[in-house]
Structures are given as C-alpha cells and as structure tokens.
Design a protein around this ligand. Structure first.
Ligand SMILES: Cc1ncc(COP(=O)(O)O)c(C=O)c1O
Length: 400
C-alpha cells in the first residue's frame, strides 16, 4: 500500500528558506559549465499522451536521464559541477570565467597538484564522480554499502576509480569516506550535507539543476509553461530539493504541486513530514530502489522540501517494479522507456494512484484529473541490467 501525507505548505505565513542559490538564473550558469563537456546533450523529454489518456490525465511528460553523458543516470551532473567549482575556488577564479578544458590542463595540475576525490555511493553518484575525476585528470576513491551490485561496482572501476564494497550500510560508507579524507588529505564529494559539510553538497544540488532547466525549456517547446504536478523520488533528497527549489523560485505561489516519493525501507523524508523534524532511518535497507536507500535527509535540501513540497509518499518495492514495466511496455503510440528501479517509482505511483479504487482519496486530494499535466523524471536506466530483466522480463516484485 502506498502511504501518503499531504502537507499544507501553501497557506502558512512562516518565513521560508532562501532558494536563490538554486534559481533559474544561477542554474543557467551551471548548465553553461555542463555544456563544456563533449558528452553534453539535452536528455529526451518523452510525451506519454496515450498513457495519460488511459489514466484520465491531460498529459504525462517524462525526462529520461538514462541518456546523461552515456552514464545511464543523472548523477554525474552534481559531482562534475561540484568538482569543477571546487577546483575553480582553489584557483581563485569564478567557474563561469573558465572552461572545462582549462580545469583539466597541465597548468592547473601544476598549480594544485594531484587531488583525490572520495565519496560513498549506491552506484550512480560514484560512477559520476569517477567519470568526472577521470575527465579532470584527477583520482577518485569510491566506497559502496554492503549488498551493492557487482555490475555497478565494475562500472565505477571502469571509470578509473579505486572502488570497493564495505561491510556496512550507506551511512557507514559516508562516514568512512569522511574519515579517509581526513587521514589522507582527500576531498569528500558527497551528495548529501550534514552540519559543517554543506558547500560541496550545495554545488551538487546546483549541478542537478541543469536537468530541470532543460525540462522547462523542452516543455515550452510543447507550448506548456509548467506542469501541474511533479513527482520527485528521494534518497537523501538532494535531487528533489534541487528541482523543488528551482520550481519554487521560478513560479512562486503558482508553482506546480510537488510530491516526494521514497521506498518504505528508507522513508526518512516521509517520516519527517509526519513529525515535522528531520528524522533518520537506520539499519539495512533491502529495497530494490538502491539509489533511494538512504536514511538521513540532506540538511540543506531538507529545508527546501519542508518549506515547499506538498506531499510525501512511502512505497513498497512493487510500486517501482510496476513503473518499470509500464514504461517498458508502453501503450501503442507512446515511446518505450528503459527506466531502472529508482528511476521508475514516480511512474509506478501514477499507475497505481490513477487506476486503483483504494487511491481515490489521493487522486482527489492532489487534484489529479483530466486537466493535470504530470512531470516525471526517470533518473536512471537499467543501471543493474540483470536486476532490470528479473523484474521486467521475469516478473520479480509483482504488484499486489
Ligand atoms: C537513480 C537515482 N535516482 C534518484 C536518486 C535520489 O537522489 P538523492 O539521494 O539526492 O535524493 C538517486 C541517488 O543516488 C539515484 O541514484
């Protein structure tokens, strides 16, 4: 059963957290940095009009991040921008004034010496950091939690990183990378913030901003100013906070309704929305949504979500599996989309909420009807292809 908590953030007069750092203007500059990579191209925004009709919605758009830099996930946007910004700051220059080519030049190496970037990851973030370090001619060390997929580990090693799976969960891996950085003078590029570590995670959130900036431009090409509803999946919430902040800054009170979606095993934001405080979930997190298996909300993005997000959902694994299948086997006329476990949970939510009688109440509370234009972001493709086929071909995690 999907659990849902609607929060009234629209009618309170509390002063809200500053979101200028994630404004459209700021993100245009971030996107300029990303354009400096040869691999940069705008990822597709698919229109699923037949699926929308089937569900009784006006339209569904899905941003497909499996095409990002050939890495099968959006995450590289964050790590690459944060690492570029770190180097620019060390050089004492504005990142907008220098090129990516310059950052990887011999001159920069001579000035700064060899740098090792270190991080913890479920897979996608680490692959992005390894890729960016490689492109910048620097080193990377990556730690993965117990139970991480072998294929994801190998893909990270293929980018030139020293990578390993540790005997601990995601939060243990984060702690280890911090300890190792202190011991060896490495630079932590973590995709979550905690007290005293907020600059790099903020730059990572800014890096993610590129994808929503692209999506808004692509919607405009369809003659649409904004979606009415946006579903954002969350691990620590950096991605969701970035998109939420951008939309809130751009549209103010007229912003789309945003719903944060998490797996039951790691629903720290859902729980936080119920208690009003930043809640932490511990222990092993066996969810298939590996990218969302994080129990501690990012302290920076938490404030953004708390002030601006309208609702929170906590989902069993079969919701993500159903999303993967609906996208893999589209209604005739719609494009086929390869979306992984963490990428497809929004599509899974829509499929169940729109089709099942028991979710009528959620449909009504959110005003999901034939005037609704829904934006989904598939944040990864089949980053674990064996698992993908177990689910999509062989019917693992069947919905109930
Ligand atoms: C594919 C995918 N989607 C979504 C997320 C969630 O991002 P965040 O941890 O910033 O909430 C991740 C995080 O690793 C991910 O890998």
């Amino acid at each position: 059963m999907i659990r849902f908590n609607l929060v009234d953030v629209r009618n309170d007069n509390r002063s809200k957290v500053d979101i200028d750092y994630i404004s459209e203007n700021t993100i245009k500059k971030v996107r300029q940095f990303h354009k400096g990579f040869d691999e940069y191209s705008v990822t597709p925004l698919h229109k699923l009009e037949n699926l929308a009709r089937h569900y009784g919605l006006k339209n569904i758009f899905l941003k497909d991040e499996s095409y990002r830099f050939g890495l099968n996930a959006f995450k590289v946007l964050g790590g690459s921008y944060a690492m570029g910004k770190y180097l620019a700051d060390r050089l004492g220059v504005d990142i907008s004034d220098i090129s990516f080519e310059y950052l990887r030049s011999k001159e920069v190496k001579e000035k700064l010496g060899e740098i090792t970037f270190v991080t913890a990851t479920d897979g996608n973030h680490g692959r992005g950091v390894a890729w960016a370090a490689n492109h910048l001619g620097q080193k990377s060390v990556i730690y993965m939690p117990k139970g991480s997929s072998q294929i994801r580990l190998e893909n990270i090693r293929r980018e030139g990183a020293e990578a390993s799976i540790i005997d601990g969960n995601y939060d243990d891996a984060v702690r280890l990378s911090d300890e190792m950085a202190k011991k060896h003078g490495w630079v932590v590029v973590q995709d979550t913030a905690w007290e005293g570590y907020e600059d790099i995670p903020t730059w990572i959130m800014q890096g993610y901003g590129t994808l929503i900036d692209e999506a808004m431009e692509q919607l405009r090409d369809y003659g649409i100013e904004k979606p009415t509803h946006v579903f954002l999946q969350a691990g620590v919430g950096s991605f969701a906070g970035a998109v939420q902040g951008y939309l809130a800054e751009k549209f103010g009170k007229d912003r789309p309704i945003t719903i944060i979606v998490e797996p039951d095993d790691a629903n720290c934001l859902y729980r936080s929305s119920l208690s009003g405080d930043r809640e932490i979930v511990g222990g092993d997190m066996p969810t298939i949504m590996a990218g969302l298996a994080c129990g501690s909300p990012n302290t920076v993005s938490f404030q953004v979500l708390k002030d601006y997000s309208d609702g929170y959902m906590s989902c069993p694994d079969y919701v993500a599996a159903r999303g993967m299948r609906t996208l893999a086997a589209p209604i005739k006329g719609d494009p086929q989309i390869v979306s992984g476990e963490s990428g497809a949970v929004g599509a899974g939510v829509i499929s169940l909420v729109m089709e099942r009688e028991e979710y009528k109440d959620i449909r009504e509370k959110l005003g999901l009807d034939n005037n609704s234009i829904v934006l989904l972001i598939s944040t990864e493709g089949d980053t674990d292809p064996d698992k993908y086929r177990d689910i999509v071909w062989d019917g693992d995690c069947k919905s109930v």
